[in-house]
Design a protein around this ligand. Structure first.
Ligand code: KMH
Ligand code: ZN
Length: 276
């Protein structure tokens, strides 16, 4: 098995689903997001996966807020700024495509539709294909979000049809344990990794109580990690997460035990092929 020397740690601090009632530490204002980003960079994160909120803390894809967010994160951190194009399950495709106008370093690109609890997260082929070609035209590095094994097949189709991503490197994120997606366990992770395109790299994240099993499985299979309050609100039984940095610190501690240092943002930039 191939083990990499360092681990790319992505923090997903907010998401589109939780609120301050469920998670008081959730960063929902720009100031809170920037503060979280600084703490997470200090703790060892290299990429930030960003969802933003409006003045009432509801999920939004407002273009000017997105631009301000990208600018503020660039000004205050060295993190690679990856904007979510998934948004919330209610966001229309046109708004999700416009996310790239904020010119982030990177963006998420989910490779198929998936049941999402009681909702459906829609990513039909024409939308995926249009979004992928936009990433190529705008020189934004896509991270392929894979919630299910069928999404890996759609990723192959995307690459076969439209060629390599901007940056030349295929990097995926296995999002595991979503009710309706692939389970967050080691055997599902191994099956998904075995099906990835040759040369692709990958991180994994387990939602909720699958957080730790997926983190251990990813580290032992040579993968990278995504952590954060988008995916995890409980640190341990009866202990709410107190900050995103707490989750990054745990990931850093585990990757160091695995004899792999966290990758710096500068290393991550060249690893992912992000524009300089
Ligand atoms: N909030 C989910 C419906 C992404 O960021 O690209 C979609 C999601 C994936 O979080
Ligand atoms: Zn997301």
């Amino acid at each position: 098995m191939l083990f990499m020397v360092s681990t790319l740690i992505t923090v997903a601090p907010t998401g589109a689903e939780a609120d301050k009632v469920a998670a008081p530490a959730l960063p929902v204002t720009l100031d809170e997001l920037v503060q979280t980003a600084k703490e997470c960079e200090e703790a060892g994160a290299a990429v930030i996966h960003v969802h933003i909120r409006d003045a009432e803390a509801r999920p939004t894809l407002d273009p000017s807020r997105l631009r301000d967010t990208v600018a503020a994160l660039r000004e205050n951190t060295g993190l690679i700024v990856q904007l979510s194009t998934g948004g919330a399950v209610t966001d229309p495709y046109e708004h999700r495509l416009k996310v790239l106008d904020a010119m982030p370093d990177a963006c998420s690109l989910t490779c198929g539709t998936v049941n999402f609890g009681d909702d459906v997260f829609m990513n039909p082929w024409p939308f995926m294909a249009e979004l992928y070609q936009l990433t190529q035209a705008k020189e934004v590095v896509p991270e392929f979000e894979l919630f299910d094994l069928g999404h890996v097949a759609a990723l192959h189709r995307l690459l076969d049809t439209y060629g390599a991503p901007y940056g030349g490197h295929v990097h995926c994120d296995l999002v595991m344990g979503v009710p309706g997606g692939m389970p967050g366990d080691a055997r599902s992770l191994v099956a998904a990794v075995a099906a990835l395109p040759e040369g692709a790299t990958w991180s994994a994240t387990g939602i909720g109580r699958t957080t730790l099993p997926v983190m251990y499985a990813a580290l032992s299979a040579g993968g990278h990690l995504r952590v954060g309050m988008e995916d995890t609100l409980t640190y341990a039984k009866g202990q709410p997460v107190t900050s995103n940095a707490q989750l990054v610190e745990r990931a850093v501690a585990l990757t160091r035990i695995a004899q792999r240092a966290p990758m710096s943002p500068v290393e991550a930039r060249s690893f992912l092929g992000v524009r300089g």
